[in-house]
Design a protein. Structure first.
Lengths: 386, 321
C-alpha cells in the first residue's frame, strides 16, 4: 500500500514538472516571445513624447529630460493561452507618436489608436472604442484635422483628429508596417505586398493609376522632396519616383548594376541633404547617391546592421547601428565621425528640432538629447527610472 | 567564435535559406514548404531512423526473455543487471541502440524547428532578427514575406484543431514504439510517457504558431509510417494476440470448463446424434481450449453443443445462448 502511494506521488510530481515545463515553454509564465517596441521621439517646443518598452507614453521636457507627468500605461489582457489565466501585458509601441495642437496620437501593438492630452496625459479618445484593429506597428501622421495610420491587417485608416471618428479606409490586402508620409494632399505608404501607394488624404482614393511595385516589402517611410518620392525596399533597391504619377525616375542599383550592390534589406528611411540621398542598409553601410539620377557617390561602412532611420541636422546625418554605435556623417565631405556609443541598442528613428537631435534606445532604455552641431550629449534620461 | 555562432553558420542559416527558397518554388506556400522540408529531412535521416527502429524492434523482441530474468533474479538487482547485459550481448542488441541515432538526428530537428519559428517572424523584433540569417540569393529576397495562410490556418498563430491532431498522432507514434515491458515499474513509466508526451506537445501546439504544429503532425505521420514498416505492424499499439497473457477471466473460464467436463452432459438431441457428437467432443474440446487461451469470453464448442435448443420449426436456425 505504502509503495503504491509512493509510486502515485512520484507520478503526480512528474506530471506537475512536465506541466510546469510546458507552461514555461508556452509563455504562460513569461518565457514566450515578447514584443518590446522601439518608438521614436516626437519633439515640440518644450516637450517630447515617446512610447517606452513597458508600454507607456512618456512625456519629458526638452530642457533637461525631466518628467512632465507620470507615464500613461497601455495594457492589454492577453488570453494567456489555453489553460492559462488571462493577464495584463504591456502594449508594445513601435511607431513614433504624432502631435497636433493639444493631443498626442499613438498606435499600439494591441490594434488601438489613442489620443492623449499633451498637457496632463489624460486619454481623449481611443479608436476603435470597442474591440481592436489589427496590430499597429507604423506610427500615425496627423494633418488637416485627420490622423492617418496603417495596420498589419493591410488597411490604412483616416480618423477625425478631434473625436477619433472613422473617416475613410483603404485596403492594401497585406501587412502595413510603414509610417505614412504626407506631401500636400497626398499620402504615400508602403506595404508588405511590395507596393507603394499614393492616396488622396481627403477621400482615400488612389492618385496613381496603379501603385508602384518593387520586388520586396516596404517598411520604411518614403521621403518626399521636390515632387519626387524616394523609397527604399527590402529588395535592396532605392527608387526615385515622380510624386504626380508614380513613374520611376531612377533606381539604385540600376538593372544591370552589380557593383556596390547593397547586401541586405533597407529597413531605415532614406534622408536627403545637399541634393544627396543617404540610404542606410542592414548590411551596415550607408549608400550615398545623387538625388537627381541615383548615381552612386560612395558608401560608408559603419560595421554593423542599421535599422534606425537617420536624421539630417546642421548639415550632418546622425545615424546609429543596431549595436548602439553612434555616428554623424558630414554632408559636405561625406566623412563619418564616430561619437560615444549609446547605452542601448538602436532601431528607433532619430528626430531633430531646434538644434537638438533625439534618439531612444532599447534593451537599455535611454533617451539621448544631442547637440546637432557637434554630437555632444546635452542630457540623457534612463527610462526605467521614470 | 562561440558555439551559438557556429551553430547558426553551419546549420541554422542554411536551413532558413533553404526553407525560404523552397517556399518560393512551392507557390509561396509556407504550409507546403513545412511539409516538404519534413519529408526531405526525414527521408535523408532514414538510415539513422532505420537503425533506431531496428534497435527498438530488437528490444521489443527481448521483452519476454527480460521478463523471465526479472522473475528469476528479481530480488538480486546486481545479478539481474548482469544477466540482462549478458542477454543484450548474446542477442547483439545495444540498450542504447535507439538512443544514439536519435541523438544524431536531434540537431537537424532542432534546426528545422528554429528555422520555422524564425521564418514565421511574428513580431518586428523577430523579423529584424531574420535578416541576419539571409544569404545574398535573389530568390530569398523575392520570396519574403512568406504566405502564412495554409488551408484553414494562419501558420503564425496557434490552431486548436491542429493541436489535437499533434496529440493524437504523437500518441500513436509513442504507443507503437513503446515496448510492452513485464516489469511493472518500467511498464508504468512507459505508459506515462505514452500519455504525457502527446499531452505536452498538444499543449505546446496550442501556444506556439501552428506552422510548428504542422511540422510536428507530419513528422509524427512519417514516424508512424516508418515504424509500421520497420516493426512489421503496429508495434505496441496493437500487440500480437499471441503475446497476450491469459486474463483472470480466461483462467476462471478454463477452470469452469474443466468442471463442466467432469459432470454428465445433459442433452435433448436424439441418442444417435449424441454418440457421434461426444466422440468428436474430445478432439473439438481440446482444439477449442487451445484457441481459447488467446481469446476472452464465450464458451467452448463442447458447452455450446450441450446447450443447443431444440428446433422449433422447419428451416429455423438454432440460437446460441
Amino acid at each position: 500500500m505504502f509503495r503504491y502511494i509512493r509510486s502515485l506521488a512520484g507520478k503526480i510530481l512528474l506530471l506537475l514538472i512536465i506541466i510546469a515545463v510546458g507552461l514555461a515553454a508556452s509563455g504562460c509564465i513569461g518565457f514566450g516571445a515578447q514584443q518590446a517596441g522601439w518608438s521614436g521621439v516626437m519633439v515640440t517646443d518644450s516637450s517630447l513624447f515617446f512610447g517606452s518598452a513597458e508600454g507607456k507614453l512618456v512625456a519629458l521636457n526638452t530642457e533637461n529630460g525631466g518628467q512632465l507627468w507620470p507615464p500613461v500605461s497601455f495594457e492589454t489582457s492577453g488570453s494567456g493561452g489555453f489553460g492559462c489565466a488571462a493577464q495584463a501585458t504591456a502594449v508594445a509601441l513601435y511607431g513614433t507618436p504624432a502631435i497636433d495642437g493639444d493631443l498626442v496620437y499613438i498606435g499600439g501593438f494591441d490594434g488601438k489608436v489613442r489620443a492623449i492630452t499633451a498637457e496632463n496625459g489624460a486619454t481623449r479618445w481611443v479608436y476603435p472604442r470597442e474591440g481592436s484593429l489589427h496590430t499597429i506597428i507604423g506610427g500615425p501622421v496627423v494633418t488637416q484635422g485627420r490622423v492617418y495610420t496603417g495596420s498589419v491587417g493591410g488597411i490604412i485608416y483616416a480618423l477625425d483628429a478631434t473625436t477619433g471618428d472613422w473617416v475613410w479606409e483603404f485596403e492594401t490586402r497585406d501587412e502595413i508596417w510603414s509610417t505614412p508620409a504626407i506631401d500636400g494632399d497626398t499620402l504615400f505608404i508602403g506595404s508588405f505586398n511590395k507596393k507603394l501607394y499614393a492616396l488622396n488624404i481627403a477621400t482615400g482614393e488612389q492618385e496613381w493609376q496603379q501603385p508602384f511595385e518593387t520586388q520586396g516589402p516596404i517598411v520604411s517611410t518614403p521621403l518626399v522632396y521636390n515632387n519626387t518620392v524616394y523609397v527604399a525596399s527590402f529588395d535592396r533597391h532605392v527608387y526615385a519616383l515622380d510624386a504626380a504619377d508614380g513613374g520611376k525616375i531612377w533606381q539604385f542599383p540600376n538593372e544591370d548594376g552589380t557593383e556596390n550592390k547593397p547586401e541586405k534589406w533597407f529597413w531605415a528611411s532614406p534622408v536627403i541633404s545637399n541634393n544627396t540621398i543617404y540610404a542606410a542598409n542592414m548590411d551596415g553601410k550607408v549608400y550615398i547617391l545623387n538625388a537627381d539620377d541615383g548615381v552612386f557617390i560612395t558608401a560608408i561602412d559603419l560595421g554593423s546592421s542599421i535599422s534606425s532611420s537617420p536624421v539630417v541636422a546642421s548639415d550632418k546625418v546622425f545615424i546609429a547601428t543596431e549595436e548602439g554605435n553612434l555616428y554623424y556623417i558630414d554632408t559636405s565631405s561625406n566623412q563619418a565621425r564616430q561619437l560615444p556609443d549609446l547605452g542601448g541598442r538602436g532601431s528607433a528613428p532619430f528626430t531633430t528640432r531646434d538644434g537638438g537631435v533625439y534618439v531612444h534606445t532599447y534593451k537599455e532604455e535611454i533617451i539621448y538629447a544631442l547637440n546637432a552641431e557637434n554630437g555632444a550629449i546635452i542630457w540623457n534620461s534612463t527610462i526605467s527610472n521614470q | 567564435m562561440d558555439i551559438g555562432a557556429i551553430w547558426d553558420l553551419i546549420i541554422l542559416q542554411p536551413m532558413i535559406n533553404i526553407v525560404i527558397s523552397l517556399s518560393d518554388i512551392l507557390f509561396n506556400s509556407f504550409g507546403l514548404t513545412i511539409i516538404a522540408m519534413t519529408i526531405i529531412i526525414r527521408g535523408a535521416m532514414y538510415p539513422l531512423t532505420r537503425r533506431q527502429l531496428r534497435a527498438t524492434k530488437a528490444m521489443q523482441s527481448l521483452q519476454p526473455k527480460i521478463a523471465e530474468l526479472q522473475k528469476k533474479h528479481g530480488k538480486d538487482k546486481q545479478k539481474l543487471a548482469q544477466e540482462q547485459m549478458k542477454l543484450y550481448k548474446e542477442s547483439g542488441v545495444s540498450p542504447t541502440g535507439c538512443l544514439v541515432p536519435m541523438l544524431i538526428q536531434m540537431p537537424i530537428w532542432i534546426a528545422l524547428y528554429q528555422a520555422i519559428i524564425r521564418v514565421l517572424a511574428v513580431s518586428p523584433e523577430s523579423f529584424l532578427n531574420l535578416s541576419r540569417y539571409l544569404y545574398d540569393w535573389p530568390i530569398v529576397y523575392s520570396a519574403l514575406p512568406l504566405n502564412q495562410h495554409f488551408l484553414w490556418m494562419n501558420l503564425a498563430v496557434p490552431d486548436l484543431f491542429l493541436a489535437i491532431i499533434v496529440g493524437a498522432t504523437m500518441w500513436v507514434a509513442q504507443k507503437m514504439s513503446t515496448p510492452v515491458s513485464a516489469d511493472p515499474k518500467q511498464k508504468s513509466q512507459g505508459q506515462m510517457m505514452v500519455i504525457m508526451m502527446p499531452l505536452m506537445f498538444a499543449f505546446l501546439s496550442m501556444s506556439f504558431p501552428s506552422g510548428l504544429a504542422l511540422y510536428w503532425v507530419f513528422s509524427n505521420l512519417i514516424t508512424i509510417a516508418m515504424q509500421y514498416l520497420a516493426l512489421g505492424g503496429w508495434g505496441g499499439l496493437l500487440p500480437a494476440r499471441a503475446q497476450k497473457q491469459p486474463s483472470e477471466r480466461d483462467k476462471k473460464l478454463k477452470k469452469r470448463i474443466a468442471e463442466v467436463e467432469q459432470v454428465p452432459t445433459v442433452v435433448t438431441a436424439p441418442e444417435a446424434d449424441i454418440s457421434s457428437t461426444t466422440q468428436e467432443e474430445g478432439v473439438e474440446d481440446e482444439r477449442g481450449r487451445d484457441k481459447r487461451q488467446d481469446r476472452g469470453g464465450g464458451y467452448t464448442t463442447s458447452i455450446r453443443r450441450t446447450w443447443r435448443k431444440p428446433r422449433r420449426g422447419r428451416g429455423r436456425r438454432s440460437k446460441r445462448r
